[in-house]
Design a protein around this ligand. Structure first.
Ligand code: HEM
Length: 380
């Protein structure tokens, strides 16, 4: 790493928090607002625009706040401040604001459709995960030193946020989008899925800190969550022809995630995997393979970019880039079984990561142009 970016752990935190707060959370909220207003038949109030604006600004601030010292203290003048924790807390407050507005907007619904039920539980898991962020702040403020507590709070926050809020909310969005095209299944696991996901964050903690009974509770819940995800995947397979390629790829990566939840039940696999780099693969399979592919698919559809000629290339290029990146990350995690050097795999992962970044920039530029064209048509 160059000297201006010497604190690699802090930079990882800056990356993960901006991705969580800025990309995933903002996109999920924007899409939930869009689909919810179709269910309620009411325009969104001004307070929603304020909520989204404030959430966006605070999400952006998380990047500089975490960059220097992550969750540690940063000296500003004569005071030391836990900048990362402070910004994470402020971001968390905006999620309560979102939850409150969501509840007000959706409470008038005579019947809660399946996607809305999924969002209800996703938002509850989001608020629960915030308890982890508060715990981390409390530890910094009180100077508590327990490694187990620190790891518990960190993973309650990061893991429940990703597997709980992201995955359940995204399933709700996918079903809402599909519901505009085909009939939805009459029954899908929602509450059991949310309950099964809740204790799985313990698997993110180092095996040295987790007692066997706690591991088994978390691993069995995780396995059950994997099976319930397969239920959703099975129902999606029956509507496969209606899904764009990007969404199909995302759903396939969700199935891989469900499969891994079952593999972890095999005795010894979890302890072994914690000694490898598989965590990075596991995280990016979920966050880039499943979540970002699907968010991108929904954004492209909602913005109407799918009608543009160049957008035919978008799916294949994204899938190729993310596919290579995930395969190289898997290779890095399984180094003891593959005969390719780590340096080659790292280089391939780094270069291939430019492709999804370039696709994201392309989609953003296209949406800006589309907005400008719409604005000039209105004024003309
Ligand atoms: C082109 C896309 C991406 C690239 C190149 C990338 C790169 C990286 C790298 C290099 C790490 C550090 C791995 C390590 O040494 O431990 C990392 C960690 C991480 N990334 Fe990504 N990432 C990408 C997309 C995403 C997305 C879309 C998300 C979430 C929405 C995400 C969330 C995370 C998280 C949560 C961590 C772990 C942070 C930690 O351990 O503190 N990444 N990523």
């Amino acid at each position: 790493m160059p000297t201006w970016a010497a604190n690699y752990t802090a930079i990882r935190h800056a990356h993960s928090h901006l991705m969580y707060f800025g990309w995933a959370t903002l996109a999920l909220m924007a899409l939930i607002w869009r689909f919810l207003s179709l269910y309620t038949g009411r325009a969104l109030p001004r307070s929603v625009h304020w909520q989204m604006g404030i959430t966006a600004v605070l999400a952006l601030l998380s990047f500089p706040a975490f960059w220097a010292n992550g969750y540690g203290l940063t000296q500003i003048g004569s005071v030391s401040l836990p900048l990362g924790s402070m910004i994470a807390t402020l971001n968390g407050l905006t999620w309560f604001h979102f939850a409150w507005l969501y509840w007000r907007q959706s409470s008038g619904l005579a019947r809660r459709p399946l996607p809305v039920q999924l969002w209800d539980w996703a938002i509850l898991l989001l608020l629960l995960s915030f308890g982890g962020a508060l715990g981390l702040v409390a530890m910094v403020v009180t100077g508590a030193q327990s490694l187990f507590l620190q790891q518990t709070f960190l993973h309650l926050f990061l893991d429940l946020f990703a597997v709980g809020w992201f995955t359940v909310a995204l399933l709700g969005l996918l079903w809402a989008w599909l519901g505009q095209r085909v009939a939805l299944p009459r029954r899908l696991p929602i509450l059991p899925l949310a309950l099964a996901i809740a204790p799985t964050f313990f698997l993110g903690i180092s095996p040295a800190l987790v007692a066997p009974p706690l591991f088994w509770v978390a691993a069995l819940a995780n396995g059950l969550a994997g099976l319930l995800l397969f239920w959703h995947v099975g129902a999606l397979l029956r509507r496969w022809v209606h899904l764009p390629w990007l969404a199909r790829f995302g759903v396939a990566m969700l199935a891989v995630h469900g499969l891994m939840a079952l593999v972890v039940l095999w005795p010894g696999v979890w302890e072994w995997s914690a000694r490898t780099q598989l965590r990075v693969y596991f995280l990016h399979n979920l966050l880039l393979g499943w979540m970002s592919s699907l968010l991108l698919a929904l954004i492209v559809e909602q913005l109407g970019l799918g009608k543009m000629r160049w957008s035919r290339w978008l799916g294949p290029v994204w899938i190729a880039g993310v596919g290579v990146m995930l395969l190289t990350l898997l290779g890095l995690g399984m180094l003891q079984f593959v005969s390719i050097s780590a340096l080659v795999l790292l280089r391939a992962a780094a270069w291939s990561s430019l492709i999804p970044a370039a696709v994201a920039v392309g989609v953003w530029l296209a949406s800006v142009r589309l907005n400008q064209a719409a604005a000039s048509t209105r004024s003309g």
